[in-house]
Design a protein around this ligand. Sequence first.
Ligand code: EPU
Length: 432
Amino acid sequence: MTEDILRITGGRPLHGEITVQGAKNSALPLMAAALLCDGETVLHRVPQLLDVYAASRILNRLGCRCTAEGNTVTIRHTNAESSEIPDADMRTMRSSIMFLGPILGRMRCCTLTMPGGCELGPRPIDLHLDAMRQMGVQIRDDGGKIVCRADLLHGARIHLPLPSVGVTENVIMAAVGAAGETVLTNAAREPEITDLAAFLNQCGAKIEGAGESTVVIEGGRKLTGTEYSVMPDRIAAMTYLCAGAAAGGSVCVSGAAPQDLESCLNVLKAAGCRIGTGSGRIFLDRTGGLRNVRYIRTMPYPGFPTDAQALISAVLCTANGTSVIDETIFDSRYKHVGALLRMGADIRTIGRTAVITGVSRLHGASVEATDLRGGAAMAIAALQAEGESEIRQLHHLDRGYEHFAEIFHSLGGSVQRCRFSAKEREKQSPCA
Ligand code: EPU
């Protein structure tokens, strides 16, 4: 048995330019959407991540042929098609639920189980199922399996009680394969939804209003695979900017979409960073001390993203003054706080609110990633801490970040990914 550990020595400012990966949260629905297309779909800029490998496995199980070469994924339809996703695949990630809409859109039936993913509090799928019901899908529970079938999958007027990203994506994908028009109101407006609609429209769909609250989908058009490049990952971009903010220095993130990060960049500015943007590039410069940000509230897009909440809390640990964060999207998204406390942070959480009182410095500690963004927050804290930190449970980070250690290393951070055997671990041997 081996274990990977991230070893970070803090206190070195970061300098340089990196290119941000393609967006995980766009690549996964795009791969699922390829199920709706005949022929071949070629996706470029797909990040090499555990969740992407899981999505490829699901596509292959469903009867597609999904192959990857570097960051290009090719998905071909074959004749053998299945409509069931095995429980083991469902559990690997939350995005396995993204296959529900396209499988129904194509085959009119789908059997799956509850999806897995980061533990951020309860993550029900009731809204996904309700929306599908409104499109004519009958759903029954068969000993833990969710069996969905539609004699006639039809368009509908669907109003979401909250603007869920995943439900918006599933409705769009099912509606593309349904008969008639679907009008979705109170839809999520995240850029990943615009990316999904752009891809499907390029395949022959007719989707209007993606990125706005009302999306209109004309169903029943024939879709043919296309070649498409996944949008930049705005949360990965924010991660590297937050690292620059925490460690100090000047960082340029290229291949990014600054317009998708406005709320994040405003918070970084309020924290004392100088920010510049130019075609596909974001520059961050932090030479003076960090300032507190009085109040941050996570909100659906275009508000401050919940996925950046842990990242910014790690930055604000050493800001001058007190910052307050309200997490409004998920019930339990402060699991990373325990690790930040071990590093010397002063954070109190009360329900969905975190009060961060800046301390003069953090110190290195040995911690375990609790979830994807929580693990990234620990790395950000470690980069500004005095001394050495170790982060374990790296599978969380591998679900969402490509070349995580290498990127920080290229910016001048002392970050090494080490692989230990159980025996070496006992002896605390150094990194290879
Ligand atoms: N919700 C329900 N019922 C449902 C679906 C959602 O109550 O059937 C609730 C959720 O529990 C949550 C809220 O609605 O309280 C919003 O969840 P949403 O459906 O928007 O989230 P998601 O689609 O499951 C995506 C991202 C998450 C990101 C959220 C919010 C992907 C693959 N995941 O999840 O990304 O936090 O939107 O922006 O796109 C991450 O990348 O680290 C990550 C967790």
